[in-house]
Design a protein around this ligand. Structure first.
Ligand code: C2O
Length: 558
């Protein structure tokens, strides 16, 4: 090469990686009602573009996504891009009254965000009322152009959304519950890509089919969009290799059962190892707290080998029972960050904020709650039941509005009790809008401790704006002295939603490098409705690119 040419190439090589931006991908989400028939009965549901599940968003790492959400229904609407880090763009995160006021009927809002440092499967869902029951879809983030997956390329990829279906209107279900003070009705079916498969009450309905060819490998992008239930997922006669969770690569491992909590995503490879036939796919609930009501129906779908004519699918060795704690623990125990040179696990080795959050239920007085005998079930963190503000917290923070929230969210329970043992005599909680303030770039540890109030129960806790490392997990009460010694600070799984085990604890760590107001809540919608939620307020840093960007001009007003 001539010298000037060589110089140009060299310059280009240095500049390109920093200056090349991803593509801009534009979507329109029309929020509209649509009639759907499931379980042999018909109802109106709220959907995006008339689709259920909703449309998949495809992007590559570094792409910018613009979604124009147009609200054509009678409800206020907002959409959350679950797991997208939203670096400095909290305005596009979506939880109503936390980062934005809702989009009113007849109005629209353009969510504008860039996908940075993430690749894999995530999802989007409504983040107001119980609309997410039917307003949800997948987000697929492909690697940067020219970058292969760190595992063999699959023949085909398939999104698999798990959910729950109620025959009645889901807004009526939660409204009825909040009026009575008691738990909402459990769903009438689990669903796989929108379909329950044949059930005894409606044997004629079909189900989702996955067509395969012998010898090929398929990538399943699994999403648990269920409202209130953790799920087991199995395919008769086949095993999975799990390669990624919550858009972070993991050390691949083989399993015949996947456990997935509401909010979580799991990408797994399945090899078509059979020569022909049809094999049952099953999604069934995991709930090891005996006192908690559960929808015990199994959703089914089928894997079809090409050329197979036989009618009946090869049945599944029965799905795990609802209380299969050991199956759940063995799956969770297998999850490790890939922690390779290209995808390191940057676990904070020490912490600046060491928090203990007791998560669980409570009982408050409610004079109008006849069914609940003058009381209502509530939920909270450190005895605080989160009260939804009427002005979004992020606006209040950015524009310095006073009186919307206080910054005294307790970093420890006020009264420590035997969390997983005998509950205290007073089960009442305080209702307030409190946030916990974190300086930019501080290192945070949160031990999430389940309580046995009313009943111990697994809580899938989701943090907005961040991934965290799950450094430890155990049963009973967390012991700071002995348990912290056993933390995995080398290759703990990195994710955005983690289940606090029933009657146990889980410890997470993250670096507060994303300024804004970030919701943390139980992803069981019933518990969110009852108040099991709080927010972190992460302050701006002093450096360039360390502060929240200004709000977009079309940000909805309250
Ligand atoms: Cu997927 Cu705040 O939720």
């Amino acid at each position: 090469m001539e010298f000037p040419v060589r110089l140009l190439v060299l310059i280009a090589l240095y500049i390109l990686p920093v200056t090349v931006q991803g593509d801009v991908r534009k979507y329109t989400f029309n929020v509209v009602t649509k009639q759907m028939t499931r379980l042999c009965s018909t109802k109106q549901i709220v959907t995006v573009n008339g689709k259920f599940p909703g449309p998949t968003i495809y992007a590559r790492e570094d792409d910018t996504i613009l979604v124009n959400v147009v609200n054509n229904v009678k409800y206020n609407v907002s959409i959350h891009w679950h797991g997208i880090r939203q670096l400095r763009t909290g305005w596009a995160d979506g939880p109503a009254y936390i980062t934005q006021c809702p989009i009113r009927p007849g109005q629209n809002y353009v969510y504008n965000f860039t996908v940075t440092g993430q690749r894999g499967t995530l999802w989007w869902h409504a983040h107001i009322l119980w609309l997410r029951a039917t307003v949800h879809g997948a987000i697929v983030i492909l690697p940067k152009p020219g970058l292969p997956y760190p595992f063999p390329k699959p023949h085909r990829e398939e999104v698999i959304m798990l959910g729950e279906w109620w025959k009645s209107d889901t807004e009526a279900v939660i409204n009825e519950a909040l009026k009575s003070g008691l738990a909402p009705n459990v769903s009438d079916a689990h669903i796989i890509n929108g379909h329950p498969g044949p059930v005894s009450t409606c044997p004629s309905q079909g189900g989702f089919k996955l067509s395969v060819e012998t010898g090929k490998t398929y990538m399943l992008r699994l999403i648990n969009a269920a409202m209130n239930e953790e799920l087991f997922f199995k395919i008769a006669g086949h095993r999975f290799t799990v390669v990624e969770v919550d858009a972070v690569y993991v050390k691949p491992f083989s399993t015949d059962t996947i456990l997935i909590a509401p909010g979580q995503t799991t990408t797994a490879l399945v090899s078509a190892v059979r020569t022909s036939g049809k094999y049952l796919i099953a999604a069934s609930p995991f709930q090891d707290a005996a006192a908690v009501a559960v929808d015990n129906r199994t959703a089914t779908a089928t894997v079809h080998y090409s050329g197979t004519l036989s009618a009946a699918p090869t049945s599944l060795t029965s799905p795990p029972p609802r209380n299969a704690t050991s199956v759940a623990n063995s799956f969770i125990g297998s999850l490790r960050s890939l922690n390779s040179k290209n995808f390191p696990a940057n676990v904070p080795a020490t912490v600046d904020h060491d928090l203990l959050f007791a998560v669980g239920l409570g009982i408050n007085r409610c004079h109008s709650c006849k069914a609940g005998n003058g009381t209502r079930v509530v939920a909270g963190i450190n005895n605080v039941t989160f009260k939804m503000p009427t002005t979004a917290l992020l606006q209040a923070h950015y524009f310095n509005l006073s009186g919307v929230y206080t910054t005294d969210f307790p970093g420890k329970p006020h009264h420590a009790f035997d969390f997983t043992g005998k509950p205290p005599s007073n089960l009442a909680t305080m209702k307030a809008t409190k946030v916990y303030k974190l300086p930019y770039n501080s290192r945070v540890q949160v031990v999430l401790q389940d309580t046995g109030v009313i009943s111990p129960e697994s809580h899938p806790i989701h943090l907005h704006g961040y991934n965290f490392f799950v450094v430890g997990r155990g049963s009973g009460n967390y012991n700071a002295k002995s348990d912290a010694k056993k933390f995995n600070l080398v290759d703990p799984v990195e994710r955005n939603t983690v289940s606090v085990p029933s009657g146990g604890w889980v410890a997470i760590r993250f670096r507060a490098d994303n300024p804004g107001v970030w919701f943390l809540h139980c992803h069981l919608e019933v518990h969110t409705s009852w108040g099991l939620k709080m927010a972190f307020l992460v302050e701006d840093g002093n450096g360039p690119n360390q502060s929240i960007l200004p709000p977009p001009s079309d940000l909805p007003k309250c």
